[in-house]
Design a protein around this ligand. Structure first.
Ligand code: SAH
Ligand code: SF4
Length: 360
């Protein structure tokens, strides 16, 4: 047996094991991917769940150094979708048998915003007669806000820790109370205690980030016992402070490959969580999401944002499908998923099996 084969046979990976797996090449790398596919097939099945993505608003109060829609970037016209536009996307999801949507936006905490989301959640529940499950990805909020949105019908929440190393976190965000590692971690704990299915994740290939950091990120996911994960490559954006480090980054292809390895390793470590094949992966490789499905991912988020807003929700550059209506995205996706050997869980919520086990 090779060292990688020995590691893959272990029930629990150590940090050293993770470093070996992250650095694996050639046959070893393929062994890792094979094992991840096997675990996916036996533990969550070869079914992909759709989450229709609604990029609700690009207003943001924060200034994360990596993100294109940070408050300090004046290049984009700021928008917020109307309730009618959101409900139209919800109708699309219903008609097309997507049982689940994600509402994502820049981080805002004002009363109008919080009330607006609460009322949208109630409207979605009413109009879909409870058929559509909603995931929120609206950043850090108070416990009261999280609780209100949960009571109004949100079931899942995505809040990436971004990087699990507090010192690295400090290098990627302004140093103030609003951008605070502990505060983000506390928000994740609050979400968990309220009863959400909690998803988190990291960016891969950031400036200053090492393989050691990525191994720690994987251990963080395991220790936190997450229900869902969304990870993807960091992609530089010219209008952000981190852009000046672009020459120090790994080449895009390597960032992509590392992201695939992170997905594969996490699938083996946390066998029954949901893992997203993210848009950032598709940005680097046109078949990026399908490749992620082949190594363990089981969730895809087709974009349902009206095309007129997409140019203004550029978290990073070269985002795909900017001019494609949902319908075109759908037919191209279906074909690609079947090519990857998976089927689509139409009409199914596709809740995290891990969450169900934690809450029998
Ligand atoms: N405002 C919310 C949700 C929207 S941002 C929040 O921050 O949680 C959603 C995700 O986009 C972030 O969590 C981050 O991981 C990712 N993102 C932002 N800028 C990026 C970049 N340049 N490359 C790759 N991913 C990026
Ligand atoms: Fe705002 Fe989220 Fe971008 Fe940070 S990552 S600037 S919180 S949208």
């Amino acid at each position: 047996m090779t060292i990688v084969e020995e590691i893959l046979a272990k029930p629990l990976f150590s940090k050293e094991d993770l470093l070996v797996l992250l650095g694996s090449q050639n046959v070893d790398r393929l062994k890792l991917f094979e094992k991840a596919k096997e675990v996916k097939t036996t533990c969550v099945g070869r079914k992909v769940y759709f989450r229709g993505l609604i990029e609700y608003s690009n207003y943001c109060n924060k200034n994360c150094y990596y993100c294109g829609i940070r408050a300090g970037n004046s290049r984009y016209a700021r928008y917020q979708m109307t309730d009618a536009e959101v409900m139209e996307a919800v109708s699309y999801a219903l008609v097309n048998d997507y049982a689940s949507i994600v509402i994502q936006s820049g981080e805002r905490t004002g009363k109008t915003f919080v009330d607006g989301i609460e009322s949208l959640l109630k409207m979605i529940d009413r109009q879909s007669e409870g058929k559509i499950h909603v995931t929120l990805s609206l950043g850090e909020q108070t416990r009261e806000t999280y609780q209100r949105w949960f009571d109004a019908g949100a079931h899942r929440y995505l809040l990436r820790i971004e990087v699990s190393n507090p010192e690295l976190y400090l290098k990627l965000h302004p140093n103030n109370l609003q951008h605070n590692y502990q505060r983000r971690l506390d928000a994740l704990k609050t979400l968990r205690s309220i009863g959400y299915q909690v998803g988190t994740g990291v960016m891969i290939g950031l400036p200053f980030q090492t393989l050691d950091d990525l191994a720690d990120d994987l251990l963080f996911f395991r220790d936190f016992d997450i229900d869902m994960a969304g990870m993807g490559p960091y992609i530089e954006h010219a209008d952000t402070p981190l852009f000046k480090y672009r020459d120090e980054l790994l080449p895009l292809k390597e960032r992509f490959d590392l992201s695939l390895k992170m997905v594969a390793i996490l699938r083996i470590m946390m066998k029954n969580i949901n893992i997203a094949a993210t848009t950032a992966m598709q940005t680097i490789d046109p078949q990026g999401r399908e490749k992620a499905l082949m190594v363990g991912a089981n969730v895809i988020m087709p974009n349902l944002t009206p095309v007129k807003y997409r140019q203004d929700y550029l978290l990073y550059e070269n985002k795909p499908c900017l001019d494609e209506e949902a319908e075109e995205c759908k037919s191209c996706l279906e074909a690609r998923i079947h090519m990857a050997g998976d089927t689509i869980g139409y009409g199914e919520w596709g809740d995290s099996i891990h969450y169900a086990e934690r809450n029998p």
